[in-house]
Design a protein. Sequence first.
Length: 360
Amino acid sequence: MSAPGVYLLLIRLRRGLPVTLGRRTVALAPGWYVYCGSALGGLAGRLARHLRTSQVRHWHVDALLAAGQVADVQVCLTTDPAAECRLAATVAAWTGAEPVPGFGCTDCRCATHLFRFAGRPGGALLAPAVLAQIDNIMSALRQYAPSPEWARRDAFQTLVACILSLRTQDPVTDAAAARLFAEFATPAALAAAAPATVARLIYPVGMYHTKARNLVALSRQLLERFGGRTPAEIDDLLTLPNVGRKTANLVRSFAYGLDAICVDTHVHRIGNRWGLVRTATPDDTERELRNVLPQRYWIELNHLLVRHGQLVCRPARPKCAGCFLRPWCQYAALCAAQAVIAAIPGAPAHPAAPPGRSVP
């Protein structure tokens, strides 16, 4: 018999769908739906049935599955009969959840076990377990991460250094930034520089010719549009050449001390490995972290996780056996859940898994 447990189905419904619930018909609007279920007799058989549903058969969810597409599956291994209702309560608390009354709850006292979201939710079933230990996690990370260099630079130099760092290793970035700022430390100085000179100073950072042109153009825009001041507002920062959300949030947090979450590949990967989020892109990760992570940790999160991601929680072959976060990390539970899901034909891979791969 396969492992028992509870599960979530994330279903994309592209067109409206009428569903009969008892004596009434409910019109399901297009969007994303999360259905909470249990399979104490075995998850594999139940989920395999859901994933091959092509027509209405018996349960209310069959109509939704026949019309929609399963985008993700999450499971929790348990034999507790009350776990399904607790799961529904957890999803009901996710940001943007819209309950569909009377759906999937005929044998309990819950109002519903189905919730609609306008956009794809990034909620993770394991997030409550991670958040219960987040103070311990962040305290432990602080002991292993020295203060970041960028925190001691002004806003303009923080902005430039972050742009230089894209697709470049940290030692190369630091050396290039030092050479550049020794000659052009302000927007006015860099705006007057020749791109060829800037390219020579920042070589060998990735795409150094393009970055040199963009840094000169960025400096000129700072002079013309912002009086030489590097803006703190994210909408303003995003209008500058080569500035994305990661760079904008880094400037806001490190240079201005504003509450912002800077999400790079390390934060995206580790947040998903912990089970804190379940997201496909760094931008999705940022949005979900803003929903679940206590605000007091927003500014330091990037610095702490970059260090941890480089040394321990690496992209390939993470050093889990010797990791100091092992008592609180939910990666082992995530892998156990993914092993159940991976054995089911047609089950989607973890949303943050590399193309063609699932979370190990």
